[in-house]
Design a protein around this ligand. Structure first.
Ligand code: NAP
Length: 250
């Protein structure tokens, strides 16, 4: 059974991953790691999620010496300024769920992946990956008079905009159609209520045709299950930077 260390366990995604690890039962929650100073440090996981798990929540990645893989779901600052050097030192495969990295951050993450296997994706849903593949097919055949709009909607606590997934979709569209540049794709970000995540891509041409594709999640479980599956998958991989394409096509 693989032993997972979950970093950012008190957050919205962290708690969902934690619950799913405990529910699934064929992977082990070996460490639950929170930010130093967080009110749950030193308490049992059972106080964080409604479960009987009495594992104590710790506050330092470097204490997680007996795990097979890390899953990080914190934030870009915490990862770059705290997690990065520790993961490098620990030498253990890393699943990076955290999003909103700058281009310089991504360069440093690529460097990290020469030392440990790193799996990075703004969205761990396999269905979302298939959605993007469908969009790539559609955009290849798009006429020059077509406007492309991505509308992404998330809960009002989400810090980054546009979402990592909207940027993934934009990059995938550009890679599939060389005639399309970033300035022809507008992204509209909506931050309201408790929406887990919606991504709508609208193609509208000047000949009265509109095609809309939409992906919607009704909970964080698809992300959590994806992160856990990927954590099992990456164990067999050599150092390098991996994404959903590598996982889904394997
Ligand atoms: N890849 C995907 O499929 C996917 C899906 C959803 C979300 N995400 C991304 O995952 C990240 C987390 O999202 P979220 O909605 O869960 O955000 P969130 O609710 O704000 O959770 C972030 C958590 O990280 C904790 N944290 C901050 N610094 C830390 C540190 N140094 N060590 C350990 N924990 C630390 C925070 O603790 P405190 O509260 O104590 O500060 C908080 O509990 C975001 O970047 C988000 O965009 C990715």
């Amino acid at each position: 059974m693989i032993k997972i260390a979950l970093v950012g366990c008190t957050g919205k995604l962290g708690k969902t991953i934690l619950k799913r690890i405990l529910d699934i039962g064929d992977v082990e929650l070996r460490y639950a790691i929170a930010r130093r100073g967080n009110q749950f440090v030193g308490k049992s996981v059972s106080e964080l999620v409604n479960d009987k798990c009495d594992l104590k929540i710790i506050d330092d990645i470097e204490l997680a010496v007996d795990c097979d893989v890390f899953i990080d779901c914190t934030n870009a600052d915490a990862f770059m300024n705290n997690g990065y050097a520790k993961y490098e030192k620990m030498g253990i495969p890393l699943v990076l769920a955290t999003t909103a990295f700058s281009q310089d951050d991504v360069k440093r993450i690529k460097l990290l992946s020469t030392k440990i296997p790193v799996f990075m994706s703004g969205n761990f849903s396999v269905t979302l990956h298939n959605f993007i593949e469908t969009l790539k097919f559609a955009v290849k055949r798009m006429s020059d008079d077509t406007d492309v709009q991505i509308v992404e909607s998330h809960h009002n606590q989400k810090l980054d905009a546009p979402s990592g997934t909207a940027l993934m979709i934009r990059d995938a569209l550009i890679s599939a159609n060389p005639n399309l540049s970033a300035d022809r794709i507008s992204i509209c970000s909506v931050r309201v209520g408790k929406i887990f995540g919606e991504h709508e891509v609208i193609f509208a041409n000047n000949r009265d045709e509109i095609v809309t594709y939409k992906h919607q999640v009704m909970s964080r479980e698809p992300f959590a299950d994806g992160a856990i599956n990927v954590a099992e998958w990456i164990l067999a991989k050599p150092n390098g930077l991996y994404g959903m394409g590598d996982f889904c096509d394997d």
